[in-house]
Design a protein. Structure first.
Length: 405
């Protein structure tokens, strides 16, 4: 990596920096990919130490955040500018999805193999390349810190793919975290910036029947049969369509898991299933809860002699969509246009950490990053010549946000 304290802040300087850093970003990404860091499976210390050592070697101080269980859940590093000003967070995860069937991969999941301009490996796209880009941006920002106010925080989470988001929670829910004007998350995808997403409402429904012998002359009400009737009722429930041009996706309900009973000779008295409801401005979490409870209550009435079903809430994240004039959205789209990257704003179907942040009142973009294939699947890989484009867009957007606020 090259550069000095006179690194220019204009577009030409940003583009030059991006191309100068490409080989170093590839190198760091490859080092990170070669360290297995599957969420909830592998130890996180090796990948954290790799990134912490790199930051330290480049003159950036970092520290680890601990989660509720006492383990390390994130690495953070803050670059301060010339004085008080806005504070933005660059967020990327260093843990990954599982490998799946390693036998069907073209190259081992932690090979970091480079062929025909692509780097292969689990986590290359989600989101070790994003973390490597952000780390290099931090060094570039440090070099020009006398010319912009405010600060930029690097947040590298290692509890993201578990679904616990421990790193994000350890930082954003800390009463001492200070102001946060916006968060840019380094999820992959070169053709859009995610500026919104459907929310998520998740619950476990515990359905009760009456235990008995499956061969008895008198039939006992089976919890599984009762649960099946409730699942059918839920899947037939009418849901709102798109909320409008700013949120073009409809609400969605899916039963994602079901379990109950044992053996063959016992009528089960308990069956539990999971419900995932994707929220929109037309169906918020309270409306989703009301829908679920209404269906449960109606079914219980139709099954006299059984205990009432119980709804156990597990997750409630709101839908979100940044306004067209939100500074984050404007800055990224404008920077992409300057750099020459065709980029559109997108409201995503799946929820993401941006939904969690929306619940805290923190604006976020949840995905503009490297071009990729095989996210969470076989042969995950990234296109290496997309790295400078991502680097330049984020660099330009941050400088615009910091110098015009």
């Amino acid at each position: 990596m090259t550069g000095n304290d006179n690194t220019p802040l204009d577009l030409a300087g940003v583009l030059q920096a991006a191309h100068e850093d490409q080989a170093a970003v590839v190198k760091l990404t490859r080092e990170l990919v070669r360290i297995p860091s599957r969420g909830g499976i592998d130890p996180y210390d090796p990948v954290l130490e790799c990134m912490a050592s790199w930051l330290t070697e480049h003159g950036l101080l970092c520290r680890r955040l601990t989660g509720q269980g006492g383990g390390t859940v994130a690495l953070i590093c803050e670059i301060a500018g010339s004085g008080p000003g806005p504070r933005y967070v660059l967020d990327a995860c260093l843990d990954t999805a599982p490998f799946g069937d390693e036998k069907v991969w073209s190259y081992p999941p932690v090979s970091g193999e480079i062929t025909e301009g692509w780097m292969h490996g689990r986590g290359s796209s989600d989101s070790k390349a994003g973390a490597a880009v952000f780390a290099h941006l931090a060094v570039r920002l440090q070099q020009t810190s006398d010319r912009w106010p405010g600060s930029v925080v690097l947040l590298f989470d290692v509890d993201e793919h578990t679904g616990a988001f421990g790193g994000a929670k350890a930082f954003f829910e800390d009463p001492a975290r200070g102001r946060v004007d916006g968060v840019m998350i380094g999820y992959p995808g070169l053709d859009h910036v995610v500026t919104g997403g459907r929310g998520v409402f998740r619950a476990r429904v515990h359905v009760h029947g009456v235990a008995g012998h499956s061969g008895a002359s008198r039939t006992s009400p089976s919890a599984i049969a009762k649960a099946a009737a409730l699942v059918s009722r839920l899947h037939q429930a009418p849901l709102p369509g798109p909320a409008g041009p700013g949120f073009p996706l409809p609400a969605k309900l899916t039963v994602t898991a079901i379990g109950g009973g044992e053996g063959y000779s016992t009528v089960p008295d308990l069956c539990t299933f999971n419900v995932d409801i994707r929220l929109t401005p037309a169906l918020d979490d309270q409306a989703a809860l009301n829908l679920l409870r209404s269906a449960v209550t109606a079914l219980d009435v139709e099954w006299p002699g059984t205990q009432p079903s119980h709804v156990e809430l597990t997750t409630r994240w709101p839908a979100f969509a940044l306004a067209e004039q939100d500074p984050l959205r404007v800055a990224l789209l404008a920077a992409a246009e300057e750099v020459g990257v065709p980029l559109a704003a997108k409201v995503a179907g799946p929820s993401n950490i941006g939904n969690y942040l929306a619940g805290l009142g923190i604006p976020a973009t949840a995905g503009f990053g490297v071009d990729y294939r095989g996210l969470h699947g076989t042969d995950e890989r990234i296109r290496l010549d997309s790295i400078p484009q991502v680097h330049a867009v984020y660099h330009r957007a941050l400088l615009n946000l910091l110098t015009t606020s």
